[in-house]
Design a protein around this ligand. Structure first.
Ligand SMILES: Cc1cc2nc3c(=O)[nH]c(=O)nc-3n(C[C@H](O)[C@H](O)[C@H](O)COP(=O)(O)OP(=O)(O)OC[C@H]3O[C@@H](n4cnc5c(N)ncnc54)[C@H](O)[C@@H]3O)c2cc1C
Length: 316
């Protein structure tokens, strides 16, 4: 029976990755988490056999976490190591896989057991295709796209907690001298029911106020296309959705001034209803939207806000 090791820095990540272990019928599931992450009660209701609590998890650079993961995998014989699709785990898993001569798959959207083999799916060619990969050699390391999956509730089981303590600074080749916490604004996009998303159709940063007002009226979270966060720096990185950002599945996704390139759409396609506001009728987003608004956002959004205010409307 395969032993699975989950790496998670936050409770939501741990909960979601637990479902991945369930999908392949793993009975023996362990986790490596920050020491302050959760209480024993929560952990034992997740059906974990063993939890390694690492002091200073967040401050330990991936280059140093590698040693801990390799050590655990070698000692415990994990067949599979999973973590969230975030930069730190992509780097950590690639380094670990290289050391163990193991397969490493990043950004997987699903994992299943087919006739005794693990089969993973992930976006391919910029998100235009999905590839299915059969894993031929274990241990394998996979980062998983988080999509708000929730584990089944189960009886509390016996759980062994292993405190790993802090890595001795003498062992470190790299030492973090400072960590600055990025201020998070708003709730987690992965859980939002309504999302208002902005793209390069907005000409100036100040104009985003319009989208903020709309989001507030609808009780929605604000998101953006990649250039708005990565190129223009108008919104924080954690708000960009798509292939290289968050994957979301709200009830309602309102894309304003977004062209709908495949790398964007792959992260929002699971939305129940997509509304596109884009004055170019040939923009690809109109082909995927449930409701197309082929109008100038600078006219349509203020008009929509006015109507919503007059009607005292609130969706969520
Ligand atoms: C490896 C890789 C990964 C990527 N990952 C992501 C990702 O995760 N997320 C992501 O978003 N992108 C990603 N991209 C970038 C992606 O290919 C697109 O470049 C990006 O999504 C375009 O952003 P946009 O739609 O905001 O801008 P544009 O493509 O410039 O579109 C702006 C749209 O606004 C419309 N517009 C302009 N003025 C108005 C107006 N007044 N009223 C209404 N509409 C107007 C235009 O018609 C146009 O369609 C990735 C690219 C690569 C290569």
């Amino acid at each position: 029976m395969m032993t699975v090791l989950i790496l998670a820095g936050e409770l939501d990540e741990l909960l979601e990755l637990r479902t991945v272990a369930d999908q392949i019928g793993a009975q023996d599931v362990e986790a490596l988490v920050p020491d302050a992450l959760v209480d024993g009660d929560t952990l034992s209701s997740l059906g974990l056999k063993r939890v390694y609590l690492l002091e200073g998890f967040e401050e330990t650079p991936p280059e140093e976490l590698v040693k801990i993961v390799i050590d655990l995998v070698k000692k415990r014989g994990h067949g599979l190591v999973v973590g969230p699709s975030k930069k730190i785990y992509r780097e950590l898993f690639a380094r670990t896989a290289q050391n163990l001569s193991s397969p490493c798959l990043t950004d997987c959207t699903s994992l299943e057991s087919v006739e005794g083999s693990l089969v993973a799916e992930r976006p391919f060619l910029g998100g235009g295709y999905v590839e299915r990969l059969a894993i031929k050699r274990l241990p394998a390391l996979l980062t998983i796209q988080l999509m708000g999956r929730r584990p089944q509730t189960r009886e509390k089981g016996s759980l062994e907690m292993v405190r790993l303590g802090r890595l001795s600074t003498e062992d470190l080749r790299l030492r973090r001298v400072a960590v600055e916490k990025v201020e998070r604004r708003g709730a987690d996009l992965a859980k939002a029911r309504v999302v208002v998303s902005v793209g390069r159709g907005f000409k100036r940063r100040e104009d985003l106020k319009m989208a903020e007002d709309l989001a507030q009226l609808l009780g929605a979270e604000l998101a953006c296309s990649r250039p708005i966060a990565s190129d223009l720096g108008w919104m924080p990185e954690e708000k960009h959705v798509g292939l290289s950002g968050k994957w979301i599945s709200p009830q309602l996704y309102i894309a304003i001034g977004i062209s709908g390139q495949v790398q964007h759409m792959v992260g929002v396609r699971n939305s129940r209803i997509i509304v596109a506001v884009n004055n170019d009728t040939s923009a690809p987003i109109h082909r995927e939207a449930d409701y197309s608004v082929p109008l100038d956002l600078y006219q349509f959004i203020p008009a929509l806000i006015k109507v919503l205010r007059e009607r005292g409307a609130r969706v969520a």
